[in-house]
Design a protein around this ligand. Sequence first.
Ligand code: AVJ
Length: 325
Amino acid sequence: MSLQSLTVLDHHYQELRNDGQDVIQGLSATPKTLPPKYFYDDYGSQLFEKICELPEYYPTRTEASILKQYADEIAAITGCCELIELGSGSSTKTQLLLDAYQKIADCCTYLPIDVSGGILKDSVVHLQKKYPDFSIHGLLGTYEQALVHLETNYLQSRMLFFLGSSLGNFTPAECDSFFNQVARTLQPGDYLLLGVDLQKPKDILEAAYNDSQQITDAFNLNMLSHLNWRFHGDFDINLFRHQAIYNEAEHQIEMYLHCQKSHWVNLKSLDLEVFFEVGERILTEISRKFNLVTMQKQLEGKNMKTLKTWTDDQGWFGLILSQVQ
Ligand code: AVJ
């Protein structure tokens, strides 16, 4: 693969010099938290790919079925533009969109953005083969780094897409500043395509995050292994248990790592020693479940007008296409 097709947005990201201030902050807080981006080292991204195929984990296949049905319509509305994907992962679902754009344009640009270098490289290589006429360029970095980079490299009209309900990882305040940053990155006339997981009964949600094969357990625990290699830590993953519960008042899944025994953990390169009490838990992720109408209003407040929304028959998952005014 040519080096040209991948831009590393922060050369320290994959190195131990990542300053880890967010880890220090989260583990020093009460209750303890860790940012979900630390799920996604290369192994974590592989586990996430497995989650997407689990019988209980409906979001991926539901969103894919909507895209399958409406990708042509989306492409017809926006026409050819620079396609930018935040958190592209393996770009599997994206191919439904790329197929649709290939039909309407001779050559398109696709910029996948991810924090996991391994999966990003593999998918850029794979997609470049499958779509030889597309200009494909991976950006390795966080959402924030990518959006800042894109702000200063405006070339042509854009559609930014953020699928899989990854937006659900943001608290309402983080969501608000994310939309502000998106609004700065896009110009009037540009598009945002947002995939959001919708509110539904607790039993369906809790099953999706507590799968019977325990892949989600491994995914959650892997965050600690990731921190071990990145920050020279000594987390013992056997001393923690996965737990996911649906908080109905907040409309969000909360994923925790439950400490089974009081002990100290040392993260050498962060100069951090943390005590874990038996029964104490670390919040590793929130996954908010949305209401389509409320989300449209929120986007409108950011000067992004909804052009169209789509859902599946059960109304489990929603796609929103909006345009910057
Ligand atoms: C990638 C953040 C959308 O919240 O459903 C899957 C991550 N966590 N199973 C989600 C996840 C546990 C996923 N997102």
